[in-house]
Design a protein around this ligand. Structure first.
Ligand code: ARG
Length: 462
């Protein structure tokens, strides 16, 4: 009989429209090796509990191995009736192993099978993604090192409200992104703990009357634990939602970075220049050099957020336990995973090869008003209450903006301030001494602490 493997109860073949609409092989083919691994674990468990004898288990395992080879060689032939990767593999195993292949699915349903494969896939792929993300976080700290962490390092205005606020080392600004990305690595790691649970043995929803040993298959597949409740096991997609959230947040972080690089590489800011390999031209405007990686990183974050909200919307109305709606888990997950992987690599190359414009940066960082707070704090160190200092300096700023004299001149001429306060302005970014702040000593400490944290995380990931 041709037609899907689940044909038993149905008298007629399936309508083409049904097959076209319900198939998932177009995307879950990506789970082929994980499905094979899951099936091997299942067969070993069936052997362990005596449901299969040695001969039967060996024959099925050999067929699974042969399918694995066919997949690797690109020689696996899909049939129109293969509605998903799970049925395709089972069909082929039965062709190769003969009737004993029909024992592979004993005590198993695609409901526990498909989510077992998906969890295996997530464990492997998201670990690699976490490593790539850790490397991107390091790329920013390497760029920070290049920008300089001493007094002679490049200085940039730190902005609030997109208004120049206070000068900091450029390294400090770059490292700010490193820390955000490091938190994403930690989030991935944390989410992976909840991925690491085997649903195999839950069956369709209620377990089995056969003497299955889900602990055995969990161990066999390298999961940290087995499911606790079979109904939860087949309907739980929290792990997919969590991973989609982490991907959306990574995308959000990359989007904020992208927005900054669009600004920094504009003629107006001119803080950074992209390497030509990481910039694009315009089809019409000959003079253009565009930051398309930065823009698309920003643009794609919308899609990543959409994938997360789409899955949550799919899940929210589902009664227990398995429902076919759950098949909608994979496309958003694969899409977000792919887009974030591509973005990480592209942003990494863009940042590694970009150069900073020391002249434009120092022109911005030498804006004398950036030192207004330091002057006020100098007054504070002399015993003036901060509110009063704020108003004294604020008045000088107002006068400087309104009249012909510079802020520095006015500070020098003011009896409450004078030469010592001007010296504060001249000291530049070195004024910023507090731990975690943007001055040279604090940033030197910060970069050390960052390296320690990276090493810890790398140890946990390998
Ligand atoms: N292809 C489905 C999925 O990816 C599994 C199919 C389970 N279908 C079913 N009718 N039990 O989720």
């Amino acid at each position: 009989m041709s037609g899907p493997l689940w044909h038993g109860r149905l008298s007629s073949g399936s309508a083409d429209e049904l097959m076209r609409f319900t198939e998932s092989i177009g995307f879950d083919v990506r789970l082929a090796y994980d499905d094979l691994a899951g099936s091997m674990g299942h067969v070993k468990m069936l052997r362990h509990v005596g449901i299969l004898d040695e001969q039967e288990a060996t024959t099925i395992l050999q067929a699974l191995g042969a399918v694995h080879d066919e997949m690797q060689l690109g020689a696996f032939v899909f049939q129109p009736s293969d509605e998903d990767i799970h049925t395709a593999i089972e069909r082929r195993v039965t062709e190769l192993a003969g009737p004993v292949g029909g024992k592979l699915h004993t005590g198993r349903s695609r409901n526990d099978q498909c989510v077992t494969a998906l969890r295996l896939w997530c464990k492997r792929e998201f670990r690699s993604l976490a490593v790539a993300l850790l490397e991107l976080a390091e790329t920013f700290s390497v760029a920070a090192g290049r920008a300089g962490v001493s007094e002679s390092g490049l200085v940039i205005p730190a902005y609030t409200h997109v208004q120049r606020a206070q000068p900091v080392l450029l390294a400090h600004h770059l490292l700010a992104h490193s820390w955000a990305l490091l938190r994403d690595v930690e989030r991935l790691q944390d989410a992976l703990r909840r991925v690491d649970v085997s649903p195999l043995g839950a069956g369709a929803t209620a377990g089995s009357s056969l003497p299955l040993d889900p602990d055995f298959s969990a161990r066999e597949l390298g999961f940290a634990a087995r499911f606790e409740n079979s109904m939860d096991a087949v309907s739980d997609r929290d792990f997919v939602a969590e991973l989609l959230f982490v991907l959306a947040l990574i995308g959000t972080h990359l989007s904020r970075i992208g927005e900054e690089w669009v600004l920094w590489t504009s003629t107006e800011f001119g803080f950074a220049t992209l390497d030509d390999r990481y910039a694009t031209g315009s089809s019409m405007l000959p003079q253009k050099k565009n930051a398309d990686i930065a823009e698309l990183t920003r643009g794609k974050s919308g899609r990543l957020i959409g994938n997360l909200t789409g899955l949550l919307a799919t899940l929210k109305g589902l009664p227990l336990s398995y429902n076919r709606d759950l098949q909608e888990d994979k496309e958003p997950l694969f899409d977000s995973f792919d887009q974030v992987s591509l973005a990480i690599a592209a942003v990494s190359g863009m940042v590694q090869t970009a150069t900073f414009d020391a002249v434009r940066l120092s022109a911005a960082a030498n804006d004398e008003f950036l030192y207004a707070t330091d002057v006020a704090e100098w007054l504070v160190s002399r015993g003036t209450p901060f509110r009063e200092a704020h108003s004294i300096v604020g008045e000088l700023v107002r006068n400087a903006l309104g009249g012909g004299r510079s802020f520095v001149d006015l500070v020098g001429a003011d009896s409450r301030l004078g030469a010592d306060a001007v010296a504060v302005i001249r000291r530049g970014v070195a004024n910023r001494t507090s731990p975690g702040g943007g001055g040279p000593q604090a940033v030197a400490v910060q970069i050390q602490r960052f390296a320690t944290k990276v090493n810890q995380l790398r140890g946990l990931l390998t």
